[in-house]
Write a protein that binds this ligand. Structure first.
Ligand code: GLP
Length: 264
């Protein structure tokens, strides 16, 4: 994994935006972008939105695939991930709503909905770059600890910790759905490239464990160690418990990486 340590959250967003834009240029108009919800990638989306606004980037024919969706919310609920993605990602990026997809957590049969979602991703030629955040317990998408490392899009039961982390978006923890439909870890591993953005001390333990610890279902994000092309962009706080920081700073310098992403 390429681990880039940046000064602050704004720099994390700028580096990640540059990386995603590079992939978009390379793949062309039909690029398929995997998008994560949560606060972590907001600066990345802001960076991309600025590129779209001033004409450096055109995503009008690109595809977006959300990582996950709650189960049990009414369709159109403002905190459903379909709505969050529309509001925070695909509208600011001026993407075509017809090319924006999320797992259908509202479907009566979630197994069928999961299989359909896998089919939609396949039909778009697979995901070219997957944008990721990480939960404080090491989840990616909604793959909670002890999820299968080979899983495909499936229904999960959220842990009390995840529901507590996400209670800030609802009126209370009781309002946070108990279940979700998420891309599996196997689905995420199929993306051509992945980029994870992480900020803040609250994630430092999970970051140290999944980057430098063993690959284990205990820490779902550690499965990324098995991916051939992953970039992890961290601010100083998120990186604060890593051991090999000298190596990362020397090998994947933040400013040099950004310049390289902007070049080609
Ligand atoms: C959420 C989402 C993840 C996200 C993570 C971290 O529950 N399912 O896709 O990466 O938790 O969220 P945040 O970036 O807000 O800390």
């Amino acid at each position: 994994m390429k681990v880039i340590i940046c000064e602050d959250a704004a720099q994390v967003g700028a580096v990640a935006g540059a990386k995603v834009a590079q992939v978009c240029r390379r793949v062309g108009p039909g690029v398929a972008i995997g998008v994560a919800t949560g606060s972590s990638p907001l600066e990345t989306y802001a960076d991309l939105a600025a590129r779209v606004a001033d004409g450096r980037l055109d995503l009008s024919r690109a595809y977006a695939f959300a990582l996950d969706e709650y189960v049990g919310l009414p369709q159109g609920h403002p905190e459903s991930y379909a709505e969050v993605v529309r509001r925070t990602v695909t509208e600011p990026l001026k993407m075509d709503p017809a090319r924006v997809h999320a797992p259908n957590g509202f479907a009566p049969d979630l197994a069928i909905a999961g299989a359909k979602y896998e089919g939609l991703i396949k039909a778009a030629g697979g995901i070219d770059i997957q944008i990721l955040g990480v939960g404080s317990n090491g989840h990616i998408g909604f793959n909670e600890p002890m999820s299968s490392l080979a899983s495909r899009t499936h229904k999960v039961r959220l842990t009390p910790r995840t529901r507590a982390d996400n209670a800030r978006f609802f009126e209370g923890v009781d309002q946070v759905p108990e279940y979700a439909l998420t891309q599996g870890l196997g689905t995420i591993l199929d993306a051509q490239e992945a980029i994870m953005v992480v900020q803040g001390k609250g994630k430092a333990e999970a970051v140290a464990a999944f980057i430098e610890g063993p690959v284990s279902a205990r820490m779902p994000a550690s499965v990324l160690q098995l991916h051939k092309d992953v970039t992890i962009v961290l601010d100083e706080d998120a990186a604060s418990l890593l051991e090999f920081t000298d190596y990362y700073r020397h090998t994947y310098n933040c400013r040099e990486s950004m310049a390289q992403f902007e070049e080609n």
